[in-house]
Design a binder for this molecule. Sequence first.
Ligand code: TRP
Length: 338
Amino acid sequence: MKNSSDVKKRVLTGDRPTGGLHLGHYVGSLKTRVIMQDLHDCFVMIADVQALTDNFATPDKVQKNVFEVALDNLSVGLDPKKITYFIQSEIPEIAELTVFYSNLVTVSELQRNPTVKNEIQEKGNIFKDGVVNLGFLSYPVSQAADITFCKAELVPVGKDQQPMIEQTRRIIQKFHSLYGEIFPFPEGVFTNVPKLNGLDGRKMSKSLGNAIYLADSPEEIRKKIMTAKTDLQNSIVFDENSRPEISNLMMYYQAASGLSIKEIENKYNTISSYKIFKEELVESINTFLEPIRERRKYYLDNPDLVWGVLESGGIRAKEEAVKTLLEVRKSMKIYYKR
Ligand code: TRP
């Protein structure tokens, strides 16, 4: 018997190529992708066009990180035989859709988007006094194009990306009411793990230099963990409010080992040495990263394989895009028979 949950769904997700992916990305979305690749038809997009919306002045950085981010995804075991990898800029239909959709979104709707608002604040060095370029303000529109060009039904992302899914659904609704129903309504798939903080307690982020990267060497992991801040209480007890430092390290432990926080507390309830705990945390992270490092090395030794994956994925993505755009053009009456 087949029921709806047996049916393979189209999944799309993406990463901005602005730096290597870290442990926070792993627990927040890569882990979900690893599970989904066996259940669904997954597209993974390297979002170079979106990355340029706030990195327009540093295109070299974006270019370099396209390979890096593809490598990170491949290294965590996202199998190119199961996943369609592609580079956003190689599908110009996405840009075309963005133009069409921009009629269906108001400027104030974008200005109210909580994630965009936050990011504009956070990127104060680029968007001085909140003065933002059109491309960044409207990236939710281009993200709607990312999601719909291949008619994605599921979009695994971090919780901060929920407003983008909602925006996409509003665009589809408007499109349907004006031009006819052609898209499925995508759903966000959010992990329920809380966000990992960086080594300094702020949000783990490439730009803050406080991250544990999937590409870190065993020595780098050791150095980062052994010098991480703790408190003076010498007990391994989770309390995010009053003991943020040790709690954060326990979350790394959880991410790497798969043990629950309770199990970690039990394991260390007679240990009063942070040194021992940290040594074992280093061990645990390195064990977790070992297979990832092995795959990374394999692909680094064979970079043509990585480019090949992006190329063949791009061909498939293009086919989907062309099909969708034909439907969109017909629906929007910009299709001319000669
Ligand atoms: N905005 C996403 C992020 O910053 C990346 C992204 C771009 C994306 N296009 C997407 C995610 C489409 C999901 C679907 O993480």
